[in-house]
Design a protein around this ligand. Structure first.
Ligand SMILES: Cc1cc2nc3c(=O)[nH]c(=O)nc-3n(C[C@H](O)[C@H](O)[C@H](O)COP(=O)(O)OP(=O)(O)OC[C@H]3O[C@@H](n4cnc5c(N)ncnc54)[C@H](O)[C@@H]3O)c2cc1C
Ligand code: SF4
Ligand code: SF4
Length: 420
């Protein structure tokens, strides 16, 4: 029997791995990484752990989200979250653009916020130096620090572990994260005025799903890295758009090697097979709760898939996000041109299809007796009804098949003997 709501969220596949619970209650909740289930919280046994988990579930966007307060003017906002304005552009700093995942816009905007004093620090994730297959939550106060996080890391990451320290420090900070990270940060800020005061900016990246560690291990095989090699770096994106995936490793003699490279398309195809189940029922792939959201402008992809200097699709979601983007363009930190607000639909047809399928996938979960996230303020049934009939059927039947083949009714235990 599950003993606390955070352990229950993990057990039932509702957890996204954002880290907000562990960030708020570090003495009672810690994140650990499982090769298949992802980065997940483990709650200390006993009354203190239970009390922390009961408070922490109020921050958890994995279990519950409420979109009703988000301003929505039209069909664009309804599907994609508030879009005040859109741009296509890139970091004016050539290194930030080159190392960035798409056009380096996230890093350029975060650096601009630091340099203009809009924030004192930026919380984001970076590859762990000890184990580059894992990510750690870090805070940066300068360009070099931010560049540690450049390029998407198609792996588990928990940037909200930084929220506790941000609230405690009481200095203004920005947070960069995936949509689920930003959604938990919004819930946490709503619950904690001290955090709301400090969290001066949120930048979300678009996200189709976070692969697990075993996917990165499969990628290493594809890259020709010998089993057991000491990995010193693993790059999933960047160095041109859309970039290539490549590892660096050290052999038994201590000699460093660069692995083969695979294209973004080949690598993502392999990695996405190991997306956590929670991503398949995710209803926010474009960071609706952020001040600024950034993704790839796939409506105008690189010609023949060849690497190009990067470009980002940039959405202002709040007035303060819009002010920062416009100031960064005016100051020359960001090179960007306005686009029609519906550019996001043209850029991300795959994410629209995924959103459409969610109602059917959750129906399959309900039929199988599995809990689904509580969700308010999104017309999920209407999105599903607009899918072609074949896709509607597939969303339900395919999910039932997956539930059976992955035995999703079995509670997830993060540690042997963990009490669920
Ligand atoms: C798992 C995943 C799936 C994605 N799916 C899509 C998609 O379907 N469509 C799309 O358009 N874009 C997707 N992206 C986003 C896209 O790859 C770029 O991150 C985005 O365009 C921003 O690029 P940039 O050059 O402006 O960012 P950069 O300047 O390179 O900065 C990237 C920032 O993202 C942060 N970051 C990287 N990986 C993670 C992570 N795993 N968790 C939290 N923060 C992270 C870094 O700390 C860094 O600050 C995905 C990214 C990830 C990590
Ligand atoms: S707060 Fe985040 S890490 Fe904690 S249970 Fe919820 S989704 Fe998982
Ligand atoms: S798909 Fe959704 S739940 Fe999964 S990592 Fe991305 S934002 Fe989080």
């Amino acid at each position: 029997m599950t003993t606390d709501p955070i352990t229950r969220a993990v057990a039932c596949n509702l957890c996204t791995g954002c880290g907000a619970c562990a960030g708020a209650f570090p003495e009672a909740i810690r994140m650990i990484e499982h090769p298949v289930h992802g980065r997940r919280p483990v709650v200390a046994s006993g009354p203190a752990g239970r009390a922390a988990a009961e408070a922490a579930i109020g921050l958890c966007a994995g279990a519950e989200t409420d979109h009703t307060a988000l301003p929505r003017r039209d069909a664009v906002d309804e599907m994609w979250g508030p879009v005040l304005a859109a741009w296509e552009g890139w970091a004016a700093d050539p290194e930030i653009r080159y190392r960035g995942s798409s056009g380096g816009a996230v890093t350029a905007l975060a650096l601009f916020a630091l340099e203009t004093g809009a924030v004192d620090s930026v919380a984001h994730i970076a590859a762990s130096e000890a184990d580059p297959l894992e990510n750690v939550a870090v805070q940066s106060t300068n360009r070099a620090g931010l560049l540690r996080g450049s390029g998407s890391r198609y792996a588990q990451a928990s940037p909200c572990e930084a929220l506790g320290p941000i609230a405690e420090a009481g200095r203004s900070a920005a947070l960069i994260g995936k949509p689920c990270d930003i959604a938990s940060a919004a819930r946490a800020a709503a619950a904690d005025p001290q955090l709301a005061d400090s969290l001066a900016l949120t930048i979300g990246i678009f996200c189709a799903g976070a692969p697990n560690r075993s996917s990165s291990e499969t990628l290493l095989c594809q890259l020709g890295v010998p089993e057991g090699a000491q990995i010193t770096a693993l790059r999933y994106r960047g160095e041109g758009w859309p970039g290539t995936m490549q590892a660096r490793w050290i052999d038994a003699d201590g000699t460093a090697h660069d692995s083969e490279r695979v294209s973004y398309a080949t690598g993502w195809d392999l990695l996405q097979k190991g997306r956590q189940w929670r991503c398949r029922i995710c209803t926010d792939h474009t960071a609706a709760f952020a001040d600024i959201a950034v993704g790839d402008p796939w409506h105008a992809p690189p010609v023949n898939g060849a690497p190009e200097p990067g470009r980002s699709l940039i959405l202002a979601r709040t007035p303060r996000g819009r002010r920062l983007i416009e100031a960064a363009i005016a100051a020359g930190a960001l090179v960007a041109e306005p686009r029609a607000r519906d550019v996001v639909a043209r850029a991300q047809p795959n994410l629209a299809a995924t959103m459409g399928a969610v109602w059917g996938r959750r129906l399959a979960m309900r039929v199988a007796g599995l809990p689904v996230p509580k969700e308010k303020g999104l017309p999920l049934f209407r999105f599903w009804r607009h899918l072609p009939l074949r896709a509607q059927v597939q969303s339900v039947a395919g999910s039932l098949r997956r539930i059976l083949s992955q035995a999703l009714w079995r509670p997830i235990r993060m540690e042997p003997g963990h009490d669920v």
